[in-house]
Design a protein around this ligand. Structure first.
Ligand SMILES: Nc1ncnc2c1ncn2[C@@H]1O[C@H](COP(=O)(O)OP(=O)(O)O)[C@@H](O)[C@H]1O
Ligand SMILES: [Mg+2]
Length: 291
C-alpha cells in the first residue's frame, strides 16, 4: 500500500541538537561536482596531515589515513582520543562548532573537500553521517523522515515515493513500516529508528557513509541487523564506522584504525590489528590493558 504523500511543500522541521538539518544533509544535484568512480565503482577518501582544533585544544594531530572504496573501515580507540572529531572533519561538520577548525587535506577521489569554492552542502550530501543516538526528525512521519533530503533536491510525487520506498527496502525496514508510513518516525523502536536514519542518509545517494558508534544505543538484536546492513551497504558505499565494540569491528570491518591522543597509531587489516598488531600501544588496547 502506498500512502498518499500529502505534504505539498517542504516541511519546516527542527532537528535534534546534534543532527544536521535537512539542508546540511542534502544539496542540489545541479551543484554536485562530478567525481570519477574508483575501481569497483566506489569512492576513496584520503586524509593527509589532518589536524583539528577546538580553540587552542589540538584534538586531531596529523592523521594520514586512506579509506578504500567498497570497504568498511573501523575507527577504535579510548574515549576522547579524537575519533568523532576526525570523522566530523571528513564531511566538514567539525567546523560548525564555534571555535573549531581543521587543517590538512581530505579528498574524495580527486575532489579536495576543503578546496576553494567547494560547496559544503554538496560535501555533506556526498558524505552522509549516521549518529550514535538515532535522531529521526521528531515531528516527521516515517515517510517524511526519509523524504526530507530528497524534497530539497526537488524530488516530488511518484519519483519521491519510489526513492523513499527504495531506501526503506535497502535498510530492511520496508516490511516493518509499509503499513504505517504516515506515523511518526519516533514511534519506531530504537533499532528501527537507527535504520530509518540510515535510510534517510542513503536516500540522497551519498558516496560515503560515516557512522559514529551507530549501535551503541541499540540492543544486540538491533545491533546485528545494523551490522548485516553495513555489510550489504559496503557493496555500494565507502563506510567509516567508529566503534567502542571490538567484536563489532571484528565482524564488520575490512580494516581497523587505532587512534590514541589525537594520533593514528596503526591502521591495517582488522585481523592483524586484533591478533598481530605492529605497535605495542595497539596491542595493549586490544588486549584490554588500557582505555
Ligand atoms: N564540542 C567540543 N568542544 C570542545 N572540545 C571538544 C568538543 N568535542 C570534543 N572535544 C574534545 O576533543 C577531544 C576528542 O573528542 P572526541 O573526538 O569526541 O573523542 P572520541 O570520539 O574519540 O571519544 C576530547 O578531548 C574532547 O573533550
Ligand atoms: Mg566519539
Amino acid at each position: 500500500m502506498i500512502p498518499p504523500d500529502t505534504t505539498s511543500k517542504d516541511p519546516v522541521e527542527v532537528a535534534p541538537p546534534d543532527s544536521p538539518s535537512p539542508e546540511q544533509q542534502t544539496r542540489s544535484e545541479a551543484a554536485r561536482p562530478s567525481v570519477a568512480p574508483a575501481a569497483g565503482g566506489g569512492h576513496d577518501v584520503v586524509l593527509r596531515d589532518l589536524h583539528a582544533y577546538y580553540g587552542e585544544q589540538h584534538a586531531v594531530r596529523g592523521v594520514d589515513l586512506d579509506f578504500k572504496a567498497n570497504e568498511v573501515t573501523a575507527i577504535i580507540g579510548p574515549s576522547g582520543c579524537g575519533k568523532s572529531t576526525m570523522v566530523r572533519c571528513i564531511n566538514r561538520m567539525h567546523e560548525e562548532i564555534p571555535g573549531a577548525r581543521a587543517e590538512g587535506s581530505v579528498t574524495l577521489d580527486e575532489l579536495d573537500i576543503y578546496g576553494d569554492g567547494v560547496d559544503v552542502t554538496v560535501v555533506r550530501r556526498m558524505i552522509g553521517m549516521v549518529f550514535q543516538k538515532p535522531n529521526p526528525f521528531p515531528t516527521m512521519s516515517i515517510f517524511d523522515n526519509v523524504a526530507a533530503g530528497l524534497r530539497l533536491t526537488g524530488d516530488r510525487g511518484e519519483n519521491l515515493r519510489e526513492r523513499v520506498h527504495r531506501a526503506l527496502r535497502a535498510v530492511g525496514l520496508w516490511g516493518e513500516v509499509k503499513n504505517r508510513l504516515s506515523e511518526p518516525g519516533i514511534g519506531l523502536s530504537g533499532g528501527q529508528q537507527q535504520r530509518l536514519c540510515i535510510a534517510r542518509t542513503i536516500a540522497v545517494e551519498p558516496e560515503v557513509i560515516l557512522m559514529d558508534e551507530p549501535c551503541s544505543a541499540l540492543d544486540p538484536v538491533a545491533t546485528l541487523k545494523v551490522e548485516e546492513l553495513i555489510d550489504e551497504l559496503k557493496e555500494r558505499y565507502t563506510i567509516v564506522i567508529v566503534t567502542h565494540n571490538m567484536q563489532q569491528a571484528g565482524r564488520v570491518a575490512n580494516t581497523t584504525a587505532f587512534m590514541l591522543d589525537g594520533e593514528l597509531v596503526e591502521h591495517g587489516a582488522t585481523t592483524d590489528i586484533f591478533t598481530n598488531p605492529k605497535d605495542e600501544r595497539t596491542e595493549r588496547y586490544v588486549t584490554g590493558k588500557f582505555g
